[in-house]
Each structure stands twice: as structure tokens, then as C-alpha cells.
Ligand binder design. Structure first.
Ligand code: DGJ
Length: 686
């Protein structure tokens, strides 16, 4: 082996990865905040060599970008593969490096490993490709493996469920593997492919934090492992064993972020990545949505829907999305998925007269579909039982099964049906749903979905698509490279939504995150929330309504109209703002600051999720401001103060002009309020 030390550095704004190799697969000797331009990489590689002592082998086995069992690496290897039933133990040698791409080969086994990095915005993106001369069976292939922080005590990853997405959970780094795996063919509510690795003492606004996102919708695995010697590694790849045998395998892109400004530094890196580099936008501006699901469910009556459309246009809606129930004989969720023809019983004149009505009101029209699914009670399933994925005695999910999209015939059928709908109607938006986990994890299924979406996007580039999977069951950079919005949750409960969208901001920018004002009596929680709270929570993201507008009192309609107008007046800069999660001295306050790209203005949404334990509100500290600059601060909705707020915090009566230092070190004194209320504070740089 060539023992000459080679080194490389890859820089993204705010972070540097330094790699070295003495002939094998390169390994990271540094991943962290940006290094100075003149850093001596050879000195740094030598400085990074760790000691050995008794009870160890005589050198530390390399923790490379693809750790190899055959080099005495005792942790999770980066590649686990079999040929003819026998495990393969590759020992790769570096053959070619061009600074961002590294090609390594094991000639004896006929394997090539190609590891590639690129920089997208502030994110470093790594992918690994394996090429084999003969077929092999792949168990696991890791995207480029990086060391876990030695100063970190915690692994923050995400759990979740229907109407309870993006639940951060913290585990301690300790010897052994902490593993998360989404095995059922979806990035999933249960295991969103996102993790944060804070160093000790880091918060939302300060400290060093590392974060990773695996951009794949088909199920993934993450290993965060502390090795016996104390080093740590983090691996991401497709869910184990979800690919057929073959000769070429590629991981999804792994997105890496580093921050010395707390969790927010990584959150905004990912928000900007998705908004500016991943999502392809047909039109820049986000229209206010109306979605009829929680108003009428499957009960489509064109007269009622015309009335609803007229009312929501008056409230400020700009796009009407007709949800489930328009096709086949879809009177409930037991039938018709697969039969993508308009139901003539409900829509005897087709959809066009309704679309005309919607457009005459100044709105655009969107339609719900769930193309990957089929009910056994459908013409499609009766005609093509062989198109259904998985065993015939599988447990169904929502009474439905999954079409096998790895089959070209299935994709052709779906393309034809959807293209016909789009070609024959003025539809500029599809809400693309996916309401069950797969019966088996299959990467080919996800590739099939991507191919179908890609074909539709090429043919109808002006049509936007929303990724919905019973709410937020399929949210990742893979699906977002082909869609423009996610339906973050089926929970329109403003209190739940406040929490969910706060935690989802660790990945998602405002522009892609749908948020609707739901019914007064929440259908998924049974809670009743004031319209002001419901409206302001929706106004934090891509705003919409989803209640039956006939239930609104005059006061509710007026509040909703005003908040919607506020949103329209501010959406242009908010769409491009960073969402900064605020640290709060009061755990019942869930607060964020949306800071304009040029720093000239911001809005703070301070939601009160529960009653506080102390009686007087604690000051709320802001972040990301210029210390020596003064800001003008006003409480936008000061009229919402309750009469039980009897004191005189200045913001109740007038605007305030103070410095960034004050705002970031002391914070704002806000009026007392009930739980399930939101204060909205606007700030302008003077
Ligand atoms: C689940 C989605 O998340 C809902 O918003 C709605 O579209 C229903 N499916 C329709 O069946």
C-alpha cells in the first residue's frame, strides 16, 4: 500500500471537512467550524493521531468514510454485502482523488467505491456509490461516514406519529450503537431522517451543534455509535436490505450542517438548503390555500362547495384544493383508490364548471390524489391484481394496498390517468397523499415514485405538488426535490401545530410548510380554540384554511380576514426569512423569530402552550440581531390583551425603541395571557 499521507479539505460556508489517507479509504480528521485558509493539513492530520494503550490492538483501526471490518474496525462497517451467500470483506485502496470525489477499489473482489462531496448553500452533501463487477446482495451501504462530536453528550433525533409529528428525543452517547431505522418504505412519521448532535451546553441560540439529514423517502437507517475505544461514528443509509441484488448501489445525499450559533445555525442551513437548492419552484409566491377536507370529507355536493368557495375567497383564499372524494365511487375510505375518473354521481357536469367558479372568484384550483395506492374494491384492483405490492394476505392500512411502482406498466397507467386529468382541467396543484406504510420496505418502490413524479413534473412544470402522507409521513429532501409543499400534520389543533411546526423548523422553511386554520371544534383533538390563536399559528407558515366557513361567526370571519391580510402583506419577506427558535426561560412558551434575509425586519411569534408555573411572564430574549443597532418593536396584536392583564408593559400601549444588545440579553416583557394564545411582535431596524 502507498503509505504517503494525502490530505484534502472541503469547505462549505461555516464548516470544513478535512480528509486524509495513507492509501486506503480517506477518513475525516476534522469536521467542524470553518478552518482558516492557511491551515496546514499535514500537521493537522498528524495532530489528530490518538494514543493507544494496554488492552488495545497496536493502532486505532481507521474510522474512514466507509469503515472496513477487514481493517480490524470493530464497529458498524460502512459496507455489508454478500456474494453467493458469503460475506464480503473488502479492503479498498485509493485510486483517484480529485478533491471532492474519491474512487477506491478492491481489485480482488471486483468492487469500486466512489465517494462524492458537493457544497449546496451552507450544506456539505455526501453520497457513496458502490459498483461491483458481479452481482452482490447489499445489506448496508453508508453515505460518507463522519465522526460524532467528542464534546457532545446527546443525540437528538426524532420520533413521531399521526397528528404528532417531529418529536425530538434525546439519548445519551454511550458505548454501543444507537440505531434508528424506518423499515416500512417511507421516511415516516415514526423516524424522520434527521438528527442533531449538540455539544455540551448548546441551546437553540448558542453553542456548537452538528446536524444531518438523509434525503431519501424510502426508509433509512442511522447508526450513532460510540466505539469501544471512545471514538464516535455516525452512519446513514437506506433501510437495511431493501434493495434487490445488483451491481450498482448509491446512497441518497447526506446533508451535513455545522453551527457555532446553536441549533438555529443548523436549522437555518437546512431551511435554506431546501428552499433555495432542493425545491424547484414554478412560481415564487405562496398563495393562501383553502382545503375542503375537514369541511365536507367525502360528501361532495357541487352547490355546497360553490358556496364554500365563494365564502373562502371573501376571507382571502387564493387557491381552492378539492380533497378526497371526487373520483370512482369514493363515499368513504373503503373503495375506489386507483380509479382516477371523476365520479359522475357527485360531479355530473365534471369538475370544469366548479373550476370556472373558483377561477371567477380569483382563486386557482388544486386536486387531491393518492396515486400509489389501491383499494381492493376498485376496478383497477379487479383488472390488475398482479400490480399490488406484497403478499395477498397482508394487513391492510386504511383498507388499502400499495401499487408496485417498480413496474413500468403501473407507472404508465398512473401517468396516463394523472396526465389526462391535468391536460383536461385547469389544475395548478396536486395534493399527493400516501396513507399507509408499505407492506415491505422496497427501495425500488421509492425509485418508481420518484420516476413518476419526475415525468409528471417534466410534462406539467407549472403544476405544484404537495407531499402528504397522513400528514407528515413523507418529509425529506428526496420528496421535496419533486414537490413544493409538505402537509406537515393532519392535526389542525393550533396548540399541537404550534409545537409540531416549531420542531419541524429544525429542517423545514416557512415556504414549504403548510399550516391551516382548522374548525373551531378541532376534529383530531376535541379542543376548542379561539380564532385568533388558530389564525396566528397558521400565519407562521404557508397559510391556509380547512374549516367549513359556514361555521364562522362575524367576529371570527373578521379576525381571519385581518390575519390573512397581514400574512399577505408580509409573506414576500417571510418566505425568505430564517426561522430562529428562541430560548425561553418559561417552558410553556414556544417562540420563534422570523428574521428577514437582510436583517432589516423580523416577526416574533410567542405561543403560550400551557399555563406558566410562575405568575408574571418572563422576558423573552431575541436572537440574531445587530448588537449596537436599535430596533423599533411593536406588539402587532396588542388588542388581544385580556382584561386580566392589568399592568402596564409598554408594548400594550406603544412601540418601543431599544438596542439589539438589550433585546438579546434582557428580552421583551410581554403582557400576561391565557394559555393557547399567541403574541405577535414585529421589529424593524432603525
Ligand atoms: C389524509 C390526509 O392527510 C388528509 O389531509 C386528507 O387528505 C385525507 N388523507 C383524505 O383521505
Amino acid at each position: 500500500m502507498n503509505e504517503t499521507l494525502q490530505t484534502w479539505r472541503i469547505d462549505a460556508p461555516g464548516q470544513t471537512l478535512v480528509l486524509s489517507s495513507t492509501g486506503g479509504v480517506p477518513g475525516a480528521v476534522y469536521w467542524g467550524s470553518a478552518l482558516p485558509a492557511g491551515e496546514d493539513l499535514v500537521a493537522l492530520s498528524r495532530a489528530s493521531v490518538m494514543d493507544v494503550t494496554g488492552g488495545m490492538i497496536d493502532a486505532l483501526p481507521p474510522l474512514s468514510l466507509c469503515p472496513e471490518a477487514a481493517r480490524s474496525f470493530d464497529g458498524q462497517p460502512g459496507l455489508v454485502a454478500y456474494r453467493g451467500g458469503q460475506p464480503l470483506y473488502p479492503r479498498f485502496r485509493m485510486e483517484q482523488a480529485d478533491g471532492q470525489q474519491f474512487t477506491c477499489r478492491d481489485h480482488d473482489l471486483g468492487l469500486a467505491l466512489v465517494i462524492t462531496f458537493e457544497v449546496l448553500g451552507d450544506t456539505l452533501v455526501g453520497t457513496t456509490r458502490l459498483e461491483a463487477e458481479e452481482d452482490l446482495t447489499l445489506h448496508h451501504l453508508a453515505a460518507p461516514v463522519v465522526p460524532g462530536p467528542q464534546m457532545g453528550a446527546e443525540i437528538v433525533d426524532f420520533a413521531g406519529r399521526w397528528i404528532g409529528e417531529f418529536q425530538p428525543q434525546s439519548s445519551r452517547w454511550r458505548p454501543g450503537i444507537h440505531m434508528r431505522e424506518a423499515r416500512m418504505g417511507r421516511s415516516g412519521h415514526e423516524h424522520p431522517p434527521l438528527a442533531y448532535f449538540p455539544e455540551m451546553g448548546a441551546t437553540n441560540t448558542q453553542g456548537t451543534v452538528f446536524a444531518m439529514h438523509y434525503g431519501w423517502s424510502g426508509g433509512h437507517v442511522m447508526y450513532a455509535e460510540e466505539l469501544a475505544d471512545g471514538r464516535r461514528q455516525i452512519q446513514w443509509g437506506h433501510a437495511t436490505g431493501t434493495r434487490p441484488s445488483g451491481t450498482v448501489f448509491r446512497t441518497a445525499p447526506l446533508y451535513l450542517a455545522v453551527s457555532d450559533r446553536g441549533m438555529n445555525g443548523c436549522a437555518t442551513t437546512f431551511q435554506r438548503l431546501l428552499r433555495d437548492h432542493v425545491v424547484q419552484w414554478p412560481a415564487p409566491q405562496r398563495p393562501v390555500h383553502y382545503n375542503c377536507w375537514e369541511a365536507v370529507y367525502f360528501d361532495h355536493d357541487p352547490e355546497v362547495l360553490r358556496d364554500i368557495a365563494t365564502r373562502v375567497a371573501g376571507l382571502g383564499a387564493e387557491r381552492f384544493v378539492l380533497d378526497d372524494g371526487w373520483f370512482g365511487r369514493r363515499d368513504d375510505d373503503t373503495s375506489s383508490l386507483g380509479d382516477w375518473d371523476i365520479d359522475p354521481r357527485k360531479w355530473p357536469e365534471g369538475l370544469t364548471p366548479f373550476i370556472d367558479h373558483v377561477e371567477a372568484l380569483g382563486m386557482r384550483f388544486g386536486l387531491w390524489v393518492e396515486p400509489e395506492m389501491v383499494n381492493l374494491d376498485s376496478n383497477l384492483a379487479r383488472a390488475h391484481p398482479e400490480w399490488i405490492l406484497g403478499p395477498s394476505d397482508q394487513i391492510e392500512g386504511r383498507q388499502q394496498r400499495v401499487l408496485d411502482l417498480s413496474k413500468q406498466g403501473v407507472r404508465d397507467y398512473l401517468y396516463r390517468k394523472l396526465a389526462t386529468l391535468l391536460a383536461n382541467h385547469r389544475i395548478d396543484y396536486l395534493k399527493w397523499d400516501h396513507n399507509r406504510l408499505l407492506p415491505i420496505g422496497s427501495a425500488a418502490q421509492t425509485e418508481g415514485v420518484y420516476a413518476l413524479l419526475n415525468d409528471l413534473r417534466s410534462a406539467f412544470p407549472e403544476v405544484e405538488i404537495e407531499s402528504c402522507a397522513s400528514g407528515g409521513g413523507r418529509i425529506d429532501a428526496g420528496i421535496l426535490s419533486l414537490t413544493q409543499r409538505v402537509w406537515l400534520s393532519d392535526s389542525n389543533d393550533a396548540s399541537e401545530r404550534l409545537r409540531i411546526q416549531h420542531d419541524a423548523a429544525l429542517l423545514l422553511p416557512m415556504a414549504v410548510t403548510g399550516s391551516h386554520v382548522g374548525p373551531r371544534d378541532c376534529h383530531t383533538s376535541g379542543r376548542v380554540h379561539d380564532i385568533r390563536f388558530r389564525a396566528w399559528v397558521a400565519a407562521q407558515r404557508h397559510m391556509g384554511f380547512e374549516m367549513d366557513p359556514r361555521e364562522l361567526s362575524d367576529d371570527e370571519a373578521q379576525v381571519l380576514t385581518e390575519v390573512t391580510q397581514w400574512w399577505k402583506d408580509n409573506r414576500d419577506w417571510m418566505q425568505r426569512a430564517d426561522i430562529l427558535r428562541l430560548d425561553s426561560g418559561d417552558p410553556s412558551i414556544i417562540a420563534e423569530q422570523q428574521l428577514a434575509e437582510d436583517g432589516a425586519q423580523f416577526v416574533v411569534f410567542a405561543g403560550k402552550a400551557a399555563a406558566s408555573s410562575q405568575i408574571v411572564p418572563r422576558p423573552l430574549r431575541l436572537t440574531g440581531l445587530v448588537a449596537g443597532t436599535r430596533y423599533r418593536i411593536k406588539l402587532t396584536n396588542r388588542g388581544d390583551a385580556h382584561h386580566l392583564s392589568r399592568g402596564t408593559p409598554v408594548l400594550k400601549s406603544e412601540a418601543l425603541e431599544v438596542s439589539g444588545v438589550y433585546l438579546m440579553n434582557h428580552g421583551l416583557n410581554l403582557p400576561w395571557s391565557f394559555p393557547d394564545r399567541m403574541w405577535v411582535i414585529e421589529g424593524t431596524k432603525l
